[in-house]
Ligand binder design. Structure first.
Ligand code: CA
Length: 238
């Protein structure tokens, strides 16, 4: 039975989620503050999915998300954001969220998204020997590769776990290998956000990816800046 932790301070919504998720066969716990969520995550057994509201008293959803990921909790997380706050969506992904829904949401969609995140949970199991099927290799010596199934980025002997959004952005850049990609384009195609959104979080994502895959993140060779446009991925730097 999959275990879901719901972090939501509006009790009618939290109880509604519990009722409906239990009806779907999930085991559900609810907490109403970010602090309680972080405490709860430290106690076994672990949860399979987290539903995290952004607007919480005290530590908000972004703070919880950031702290969780920094502490190494990789539990797949769906954030609940307010409608019309597309900056929040980007901020959530930046903090390490895997998916989001805007309130008010359709329950059937929420349940479908949880199913999607549970499939992701299987990717987080310790790597077992298996045939990698969605792998892209790059680097002058072909010594870097990203596995889009397991969300692992291998740089020589080092492995980095990517968040779903880091992987989606990297995939998008790889698909446009050798061509400049604008921030606006990334926002629309990777995050499904329209313009009028602050594009600076994209730069933060790029900085993070560079830290993983560049030999010297200060002089990037794979994720290069195209002044006035955005970024360009180069698989085999000259
Ligand atoms: Ca709330």
């Amino acid at each position: 039975m999959s275990r879901v932790l719901v972090v939501e301070d509006e009790s009618h919504l939290a109880e509604g989620l519990r009722f409906n998720l239990e009806a779907e066969g999930y085991q559900v716990e609810t907490v109403d503050t970010g602090e309680a969520a972080l405490e709860r995550l430290n106690v076994e057994p672990a949860f399979d999915v987290l539903i995290l509201d952004v607007m919480l008293p005290g530590k908000d959803g972004f703070g919880v998300m950031t702290e969780m990921r920094q502490s190494g909790f990789l539990v797949p997380t769906l954030m609940l954001t307010a409608r019309g706050h597309s900056d929040d969506v980007l901020r959530g992904f930046e903090a390490g969220a895997d998916d989001y829904l805007t309130k008010p949401f359709d329950l059937a969609i929420l349940i479908a998204r949880i199913g999607g995140l549970l499939r992701r949970r299987n990717w987080l199991q310790p790597p077992a020997p298996r045939k990698p099927d969605d792998v892209f290799t790059f680097g002058v010596d072909h010594d870097k590769w990203v596995n889009f199934d397991s969300l692992e980025l291998w740089v020589r002997n080092q492995v980095f776990r990517l968040t779903l959004m880091e992987a989606n952005l990297l995939r998008f850049m790889i698909e446009h290998e050798g061509k400049p990609v604008s921030r606006k384009n990334m926002l629309q195609k990777v995050w499904s956000l329209q313009e009028d959104t602050d594009t600076r979080p994209i730069d933060n994502f790029i900085v993070r990816l560079r830290r993983y895959l560049e030999d010297d993140p200060k002089t990037p060779k794979h994720l290069i800046t195209v002044r006035g446009v955005g970024y360009q991925f180069v698989a085999t730097p000259a």
